[in-house]
Design a binder for this molecule. Structure first.
Ligand code: PLP
Length: 435
């Protein structure tokens, strides 16, 4: 019998990793205060704790203003609207990201235009973005992915040349800093998610940060049913909705921000050790160090699988069976994803003023394809919240699977199981998973 757990052997690790989300006794006290105050909702807007949190969070990232919203997707939608995106405008997005980045553009009436990512960061390739610019391009959404930042210097230059709004998708990088600038503070607007898997979470939630008062005022109105913003200097009136968060969420988020620096430091320390170990394994290639990263944020630890004996999906399935939660098809190129079912009849901006509708079947972004289907391995951040010994276990498990790849080479490719399924199919099978 093989040593590999996927072939019936004993797993490298049987102890669980630290649990996520994490909370403190302060959270309990804050939640009780909200409960007893009977002031639970998002109205009056902005409510007390939501306002306190938004202010602190924006300041922590070097932005002047913050406005909490129901989730990260809506954060992007209102940010695009506040930045002036109109029906039929084109917005550049990286092909390798969560589908919500592109869906938000559609919801705002725009057209997502996909550009490829860089092989060493998996973030937007600025030259590819430049080639995708047309007369209709109005904005660009860099996604700071997993544990790396988009090259914001080059991106801001490109945006200035073509008068494009910049909306940073910071769903993965709470607390991160690039060349001394906080995530979300470099473009016109920054958007964050507080969904369960994120490195700060209230179960659900999101926030928009900006230093542009005009954008901030519009965002507030959009989030609060069209009512005038608190300052109302620009007197802009819009049709809004109720995208407010509750005081319970804000109470949790204040605690999440308190614990962020300590948890981030632990992840960074453990990630450095893991990189050191993985670098020693042939065909396993951690992402290279990114010189501009002045404060790292790690949502998932990502490394590249470059072996040929078996597919990345089978490798990931084997590693998972060794007791290391991990994924390969964490994202697919959005234009190919079955969560991105886009019909021009449902989104008429795709045919507005064109001889033929935008056809996403024509997209091809080779680096994104390689990352999604052959190369990337994603380890959720809570694996890095433990001790050095936990990191050693991860490295030992990777080493073990790599050392036994030959045994897997002849095995049934079906062994990949859920790891070869797309994101649309998985929730029927992975019911207990919250990340
Ligand atoms: C890169 C990225 N953008 C946007 C979102 C959307 O956030 P939410 O799920 O809170 O709507 C997410 C998270 O799910 C994400 O990972």
């Amino acid at each position: 019998m093989s040593d590999l757990a996927i072939l019936g052997g004993a797993a490298q690790r049987t102890r669980p990793f630290p649990l996520w989300p994490q909370h403190s006794s302060n959270d309990l006290a804050r939640l009780q205060t909200v409960l007893e105050s009977r002031n639970w909702g998002g109205y009056p807007f902005p409510n007390q704790l939501a306002s306190e949190f938004a202010h602190e969070f924006a300041a922590y990232h070097g932005a002047k203003y913050g406005c909490c919203v129901v989730n990260g997707t809506i954060a992007l939608v209102v940010a695009l609207q506040a930045a002036g995106i109109k029906f039929g405008d084109e917005v550049l997005v990286p092909a390798y990201t969560w589908d919500g980045t592109a869906a938000a553009v559609l919801f705002a009436g725009g057209i997502p235009v996909f550009a490829d990512v860089e092989p060493d960061t998996y973030c937007l390739d600025i030259q590819a973005a430049r080639r995708a610019i047309t007369q209709r391009t109005r904005a660009i959404i860099p996604v700071h992915l997993a544990m790396r930042f988009a090259d914001m210097e080059a991106l801001l230059k490109l945006a200035a040349e073509h008068k494009l709004a910049v909306i940073e998708d910071c769903a993965h990088v709470h607390g991160g800093e690039y060349k001394g600038h906080g995530a979300g503070s470099m473009g016109d607007v920054g958007c964050f998610s507080f969904q369960s898997s994120k490195i700060m979470t209230a179960g659900e939630g999101g926030i928009v940060i900006t230093s542009r008062l005009d954008c901030f005022e519009v965002v507030q109105s959009l989030v609060n049913c069209g009512r005038a913003s608190v300052t109302d200097q620009f007197k802009k009136r819009v049709v809004g909705s109720n995208y407010r968060i509750t005081e319970f969420q804000a109470a949790i988020l204040l605690g999440q921000l308190e614990q962020l620096p300590e948890l981030a430091a632990r992840r960074v320390r453990n990630a450095a050790l893991l990189t050191k170990r993985l670098t020693q394994i042939e065909g396993i290639s951690p992402l290279p160090v990114q010189p501009g990263l002045t404060r790292e944020a790690i949502y998932n630890y990502v490394f590249r699988y470059r072996r040929t004996e078996v597919s990345r999906d089978v490798f990931v399935a084997a590693l998972d069976k060794e007791g290391i939660p991990c994924d390969g098809r964490f994202y697919e190129p959005v234009y190919r994803s079955d969560l991105f079912q886009v019909n021009p009849d449902d989104f008429p901006q795709l045919k507005f003023g064109r001889d033929k509708p935008v056809d996403y079947d024509e997209c091809l972004c080779p680096i994104s394809e390689r990352a999604a289907y052959d190369e990337s391995v994603w380890l959720p951040q809570f694996l890095l919240l433990g001790e050095e010994e936990d990191v050693e276990d991860i490295a030992r498990a990777v080493h073990k699977v790599v050392a036994h790849l030959r045994e897997l080479a002849g095995a049934d490719p079906q062994l990949a199981g859920v790891k070869s399924l797309s994101r649309a199919e998985r929730p029927r099978i992975e019911k207990a998973r919250n990340y």
